[in-house]
Ligand binder design. Structure first.
Ligand code: SF4
Length: 472
């Protein structure tokens, strides 16, 4: 048994990161353990978690399981958790209530918890003490060991907890079962060293470690040859890519090299304004297959709050960067993340945030009320705001964000734009996809357009989506 330790997880050393190409295997006795059985994987949180779940699904299929989208039909249920928001705890324990009910009816069901919450001491302590029936708990550092963790739990018939609070390595051989035939996630780096004071990620995912360029390019080239049209390069702070490598190679070098693979569309998330340099802007502007879409988290418009958050930029620096991106990348859309009611946020600080939204007129924004994460510095800060005040601020911010999102979308009315048609839409007779600028579009068309980038004419516009018809 290995339990998480947040203090240990916080440590950063100069130890070399190991890149391991052959650490994934399935023990002999586990090779057909899932024959005629089904797995169900539920994922919360960011794209990184979504991609981790693609690894978990592939591993379960290696064990012989096949996928079901109905939890009630599953023989093994894995919940891949997110630790970013407070209601994540409610989601986890609410979900476990449903699994317990199923397990009472069918005791052979195996239940596993993984992801960022599995890296939290208090969560694992609760699972150990009060949810002994949860069979396996594993963390973000040892997904590749899932066959062995499962084997121990089955052999010993007891709860198996294997969570490591380490800086982490890079495992190159974990299999992946991609959700889409057209779009793929590609990790370019893992972990984060920024330690923003509200964020638990540097504790749950280890230190910043960039994959080698050759391994990333090889993965993208394989995707191109398999017919994929779009890749999203993933990392907690992609602009810092390469800083930990002992070669002179940065995110702008990587973007150029990925662009030259010929993949039709390249996106990347998430950017930190601190590391967003001019050469990156130039590269995005230069290549047609790097999409003109940037998610640039603001978090707050108040210099005082940005400092308390440990964000390392000022409101002015953010706006300057925003303007530079707008000037140099034609047709770019920019979205953001904003936290309201951070500890100590006054009415003036909140007004500063509204002012930046008024200045930048973002295409869209993910907005949140601050929620404390145990173990982070911000969780110890005083926050005298009432729930009502917090909700009022969020409401006011959302009104402004929605106003600009709608206005930005209105600019698309009657325009012809390229959309990658990727799947069913909620609207009957329509399929859905995204523009190069990451606008959600419902396109009136038949399934023959699935997996194609087509020009569509926008026929109606709402705040969060648009309708369109094919023009070619
Ligand atoms: S850069 Fe992002 S992932 Fe890293 S600590 Fe800050 S908010 Fe968290």
């Amino acid at each position: 048994m290995n339990l998480p330790d947040l203090k240990q997880a916080q440590k950063r050393t100069k130890d070399e990161i190991k890149i391991i190409y052959d650490d994934y295997s399935v023990p002999e006795g586990m090779k057909n353990i899932g024959k005629d059985k089904k797995y169900f994987v539920k994922t919360y949180g960011c794209q990184m978690n979504v991609h981790d779940s693609e690894n978990i699904c592939a591993i379960l299929e290696d064990l012989g399981y096949s996928e079901t989208l109905t939890m009630e039909d599953a023989d093994i249920i894995i919940l891949n958790t997110c630790a970013i928001r407070e209601n994540a705890h409610n989601k986890l324990f609410g979900f476990l209530g449903r699994v317990k009910h199923l397990k009472d009816e069918k005791p052979g069901i195996i239940c596993g918890i993984c992801g960022c919450m599995a890296q939290e001491e208090s969560v694992v302590e609760t699972l150990k003490e009060k949810y002994k029936w949860v069979d396996i708990v594993f963390g973000t550092h040892n997904i590749h060991k899932l066959p062995y963790i499962l084997e121990s739990a089955i052999k010993n018939d007891k709860q198996e907890i294997e969570v490591y609070s380490i800086e982490g390595n890079i495992y190159e051989s974990i299999p992946v079962k991609r959700d889409s035939k057209y779009k793929a996630w590609v990790n370019i780096m893992l972990g984060c060293d920024k330690f923003c004071t509200y964020c638990i990620v540097p504790y749950t995912r280890g230190k910043q470690r960039s994959r080698l360029p050759k391994d990333i390019i090889r993965e993208v080239e394989k995707l191109v040859s398999d017919g994929y049209l779009e890749v999203t390069l993933l990392g907690q702070n992609v602009n810092a890519y390469g800083k930990d490598l002992d070669i002179d190679y940065t995110m702008s070098n990587l973007l150029s090299d990925v662009a030259r693979t010929g993949i039709k569309r390249i996106r990347f998330v998430t950017s930190h304004p601190w590391d967003f340099n001019d050469s990156m802007i130039d590269v995005i502007a230069k290549y047609d297959n790097i999409m003109p879409y940037i998610h640039l988290p603001l978090q707050s418009g108040s210099d005082r709050i940005l400092k308390l958050m440990g964000r390392r930029y000022t409101k002015e620096e953010y706006i300057n960067l925003f303007n530079k991106i707008k000037e140099r990348i034609p047709n770019v859309s920019i979205t953001t993340d904003i936290i309201v009611a951070f500890p100590g946020e006054t009415d003036e600080d909140f007004q500063d945030t509204l002012d930046v939204v008024d200045t930048c007129k973002f295409d869209s924004a993910f907005t949140f009320i601050y929620s404390p994460r145990v173990g982070t510095p911000a969780a110890k800060m005083e926050n005298p705001l009432t729930e009502e005040e917090k909700n009022n601020r969020l409401y006011k911010l959302n009104e402004l964000v929605n106003k600009y999102a709608n206005l930005k979308n209105q600019e698309y009315m009657d325009k012809v734009v390229p959309v990658l048609i990727e799947g069913p839409s909620e609207k009957e007779g329509f399929l859905m996809g995204y523009t190069d600028t990451m606008k959600l579009v419902n396109v009136e068309c038949s399934e023959k357009y699935l997996g194609k980038i087509v020009n569509v004419k926008i026929t109606s516009v709402k705040t969060w989506s648009m309708d369109a018809k094919i023009v070619d």
